[in-house]
Ligand binder design. Structure first.
Ligand code: GLN
Length: 533
């Protein structure tokens, strides 16, 4: 294809309407037509990245291969499209300003007054076009976080306005709104959508496509009315009604020719509809699965679904590939005691001990790890979860009372999880952990080797503390094997107890790499073990 096409996805009326899912679905449909597509997200907050944000504020922090701590929507992009995103795919206002201020300090502006327009908007535009210019994608989809009218998103909207003007047919705006149903009046209401489109127009942007989120089917008449009031073609008014799984959204969009409308508006031939065969097979299998596999999620943010987004998605994909329906039992680790753990885990087929930071709820995780080890219940420890498996083992098998991670207890007599040497001098919290993809070599006589079917793997990290190699031999002698190692640093990346059905901990986060069409082998095998149990 010739020039890169830019699609902007904005939102109005309410937040949390699923701009990330709509962006991913558009990307999926264009990709299925053979285009090279990427998706980028702008977040209008001042933090440089979400790495320093509490999950209560912003859900899970996703990690890209190049070690960027990113918004969780990047997880959707990767899971839908099977692509790898990078630092260039997620940019915050903080990063835009930092870059402009750094340039100002270097004297790059040659004495000029540095202003929001044009300097901040130029930097935003540069970051959008970078993906087209440097990486040569056919389509760059840019999702703008927040809703139209927010003070914080104004510079982004102004950049969109300028880009639409500069790029002509090569730029297009998809606006996502909400059509509420008023139960008392038994009516669906389009006024909020009309206002939202007007708000966008007042910033000089005409939406080209409208996607209307709703809990109910929208009649042709209603859509016609929206088209008329909003200066949008009738066929460019698309509905997005709630579906049982987000993975159905691309098909719902295709049924309404969203991709064809976009292509036509951007002057590209539509050709034949792609059949999305593998995708449909996945969905059919998912719909058919009726038997349940129950996984206990042991963590401290269990009331917050978004905090463990990628783990939940990986588990549910793996359940589908095992022809099961996934049921999650959320187990708040702060409430776990040795007395109630049997009851809490009574109905689960396996547990995941979740990643995390700090000591809140940590003792409960040790209790859970001990119980599942002693009762041979499939157990998957991810990052902090893996550290918990190791600490519990040290305390109760190696007999090291008070063993801990230095993160939780600086004075522990048995620092089985310790801070990395190069982390000791770190004083800044942001972007300073061990981040991104690292190689891991798997021992050939291990369970995980069977699972991966290969010796060399690459997985993504996000942590400061590590298994302390001083204790390695003792662990191995007593039955917990260190079966995955980083070849350069010698750091332990995977532990397992091979005599148990499935008791594996990974210092990395395999959940960032599991996609719809390429589910992660560890999650597949863990769910299988849970079913077999
Ligand atoms: N808090 C632990 C560390 O920094 C684990 C981090 C995580 O689970 N992502 O090493």
């Amino acid at each position: 294809m010739g020039e890169t096409k830019y699609i902007f996805v904005t939102g109005g009326v309410a937040s949390s309407l699923g701009k990330g899912i709509i962006s991913s679905s558009i990307g999926k449909l264009l990709q299925a037509r053979g285009y090279n597509v990427t998706i980028q997200k702008f977040d209008p907050y001042i933090n440089i990245d979400p790495g320093t944000l509490n999950p209560y504020e912003h859900g899970e922090c996703y990690v890209t291969v190049d070690g960027h701590e990113a918004d969780l929507d990047l997880g959707h992009y990767e899971r839908f499209l099977g692509i790898e995103t990078t630092k260039a795919n997620n940019i915050t206002t903080g990063r835009i300003y930092k870059s402009v201020i750094d340039k100002e300090r270097r004297g790059d502006f040659l004495g000029k007054t540095v202003q929001v327009v044009p300097h901040i908007t130029d930097e935003i535009k540069r970051n959008i076009k970078l993906l087209g210019n440097k990486y040569k994608f056919d389509f760059v989809i840019t999702e703008i976080g927040g809703t139209v009218g927010d003070i914080e998103s104004l510079p982004y909207m102004e950049s969109l306005r300028q880009l639409k003007w500069e790029l002509g047919q090569n730029a297009l705006c998809v606006h996502l709104t909400y059509v509420p149903f008023l139960a008392a009046a038994k009516e669906l209401k389009t006024k909020p959508t009309q206002h939202s489109v007007k708000e966008l127009q007042s910033l000089g942007i005409q939406a080209d496509v409208l996607v209307l989120r709703s809990e109910h089917d929208l009649s042709a008449n209603l859509r016609k009315k929206v088209a008329l009031f909003c200066n949008v073609e009738e066929e460019a008014v698309i509905q997005s009604v709630d579906v049982p799984t987000i993975y159905e959204v691309p098909l719902k969009m295709q049924e309404q020719d969203l991709d064809k409308t976009i292509l036509r508006k951007m002057g590209l031939p539509a050709g034949k509809d792609p059949d999305l065969k593998a995708w449909r097979t996945f969905l059919a299998r998912r719909a058919k699965a009726s038997e349940i596999v129950t996984i206990g999620l042991v963590g401290k943010y269990v009331e917050l679904q978004d905090a463990y987004k990628s783990i939940l998605e990986s588990l549910s994909q793996a359940a589908t590939y095992n022809d099961r329906k996934l049921k999650i039992e959320y187990i708040q680790s702060e409430t776990i005691t040795p007395e109630n753990i049997g009851e809490k885990l009574g109905k689960v087929d396996g547990i995941v001990i979740c990643p995390g930071f700090g000591s809140r709820g940590i003792e409960g995780k040790f209790v859970a790890a001990k119980y599942t080890r002693e009762h041979d219940i499939p157990t998957f420890g991810v990052c902090l979860g893996m550290q918990c498996l190791a600490i519990e083992f040290a305390r109760n098998v190696l007999g090291y009372a008070g063993a801990n991670s230095v993160e939780m207890d600086e004075k522990t007599p048995y620092n089985v999880i310790d801070i990395m040497e190069e982390q000791k001098a770190v004083t800044n919290m942001g972007g300073t952990m061990r981040l991104g993809a690292y190689e891991c070599v798997i021992g050939k006589d291990s369970r995980v080797f069977e699972i991966y079917g290969q010796e060399h793997i690459q997985e993504r990290h996000r942590h400061r503390y590590e298994f302390n190699n001083d204790y390695r031999q003792e662990y191995e002698r007593n039955g917990m094997k260190c079966v995955g190692m980083n070849p350069e640093s010698g750091l332990v990346e995977i532990v397992e107890i091979p005599t148990l059905k499935w008791y594996i901990g990974t210092q990395f986060h395999p959940e960032y790499r599991s996609t719809v069409l390429n589910p992660h082998p560890l999650f597949l095998s863990f769910i299988k073990a849970a079913i077999d149990k």
